[in-house]
Design a protein around this ligand. Structure first.
Ligand code: NIG
Ligand code: FE
Length: 415
């Protein structure tokens, strides 16, 4: 278990290390439950954390074992790398015209019904070359990494034909191999019905019979998502579809209760890993999610983008849910894509403790994706770490995302 000494690096001292260790996965968390180590160091071997502890003690050990040293000579607060558990980061083009229409009074669903919205990005993404998708996705991944995100879920869903969906998932796979950011791909062929199909059931049958087997065979994604809403798919359609996807061995996540309820009931019925959005959820929906052990992933960036109320994150925590916070970064409803800004604004509006906000973008986001090797700074976890130029962790949400990490480590490497 103990690392061979010559391959270890001691990084520190940090003014504070907020480990996010030993916190509950569900329900409220108070800030005094946070483990905050002052004047602490982190011992890293290859891509993993070997130990986190008092710097003086680790430095003595480092000296006697001739560990490498990475001295930190300014006050920094260290946190686990952030995890963005819901994005549509792979797309072509802009939807600034949708934005102009919305601020002039049209709603997101009205724009969608008139053939804009998601279908507009579908047209642009189908027309884009694989190289263009790889290049723009790479740029967005680099921005995310610089802002402290070290793991990021990415959905397809702007292709909606087998070749175009595969083109997206292959672009995601290529960037995942080339870029330090870890990407978690999800098949969202059931984002909305493409024009080539006259009815939803025929399209979903086609996705089950043609898309999913190829996605599986090519190992391009092991998760499946669907958008349950008036303009997309009904509860009944989604229930059938998700049961079929589950039978093919896919993990399930759902776009639920964004504008109207119904989606979280389906998420609970199929025991989805997470139900995401939930702006329209009432205590009844939250109870269903709680009882089925479904993570509630809230997407403040979509509320900010659309100018609608945040999901009831405080109520969710008080009802005992596991609440993750993600950006939903997409060209339509959530173009900003800054996780720390959005989590901080949600925290201020919904009265989340700093511990709850941090957990939402670290441990609880890791749980939403069922990634057990990240989210906290502890022995055996991946050395995904971000350092902020302050000596007090409270300043991170206090500055509402304007305090950016100055150092980011992914898999033990400074990037
Ligand atoms: O999560 N609501 C559905 N899907 C995305 C938006 C996609 C788009 O508008 O392009 C979302 O908000
Ligand atoms: Fe989304």
């Amino acid at each position: 278990m103990e690392a061979p000494p010559e391959t270890c690096t001691l990084i520190g001292p940090f003014a504070q290390v907020v480990t996010m260790a030993n916190l509950p996965l569900t329900g409220p968390i108070t800030d005094d439950q946070l483990e905050i180590l002052e004047h602490a160091g982190v011992l890293v071997q290859a891509d993993k954390i070997v130990r986190v502890g008092p710097y003086a003690q680790l430095a003595r050990e480092a000296e006697s074992h001739s560990y490498q040293l990475h001295p930190i000579d300014q006050p920094l607060v260290l946190l686990p790398g952030l995890i963005d558990a819901h994005t549509h980061l792979c797309f072509a083009g802009s939807r600034s015209n949708d934005y102009a229409l919305r601020v002039a009074g049209k709603t997101y669903l009205e724009i969608a019904r008139q053939g804009g919205g998601i279908l507009d990005t579908v047209r642009k993404t189908r027309a884009a070359s694989p190289e263009e998708l790889v290049q723009t996705l790479t740029q967005r991944c680099s921005r995310h990494l610089a802002e402290g995100v070290t793991t990021c879920e990415v959905k397809s869903g702007y292709g909606l034909t087998v070749p175009d969906e595969l083109k997206m998932l292959e672009a995601i796979s290529q960037v995942n191999q080339q870029h330090p950011l870890d990407l978690v791909p999800t098949c969202l062929a059931a984002h909305t019905r493409p024009r080539e199909f006259a009815e939803n059931t025929a399209y979903l049958r086609h996705v089950v019979q043609e898309h999913l087997p190829q996605v599986k065979e090519k190992a391009l994604a092991y998760r499946v998502d669907i958008f349950i809403e008036d303009t997309a798919f009904s509860e009944e359609e989604a229930l059938w579809f998700l049961q079929e996807a589950k039978a093919q061995g896919f993990q399930i996540t759902v776009h639920a209760d964004q504008f109207s309820t119904g989606g979280s009931k389906v998420a609970a019925q199929v025991e989805a890993l997470s139900a995401d959005h939930l702006e329209a959820s009432t205590p009844q929906e939250l109870l269903l999610l709680k009882e089925a052990g479904v993570v509630a992933t809230v997407l403040p960036g979509a509320s900010l983008g659309l100018g609608i109320a945040f999901a009831p994150a405080r109520k969710m925590l008080d009802q005992g849910l596991c609440v993750a916070i993600a950006t939903d970064w997409n060209p339509g409803s959530a173009p900003m894509g800054d996780l720390l800004v959005q989590a901080s604004l949600l925290g201020a509006a919904q009265k989340l403790t700093i511990a709850e906000t941090f957990a939402g973008v670290t441990t609880r986001a890791a749980h939403a994706l069922r990634l057990e090797d990240r989210g906290s700074l502890e022995a055996g976890m991946l050395a995904d770490m971000i350092a902020f130029p302050t000596s007090n962790y409270q300043e991170i949400p206090y500055f509402q995302g304007k305090l950016k990490p100055t150092m980011v480590w992914k898999n033990g490497k400074l990037v």
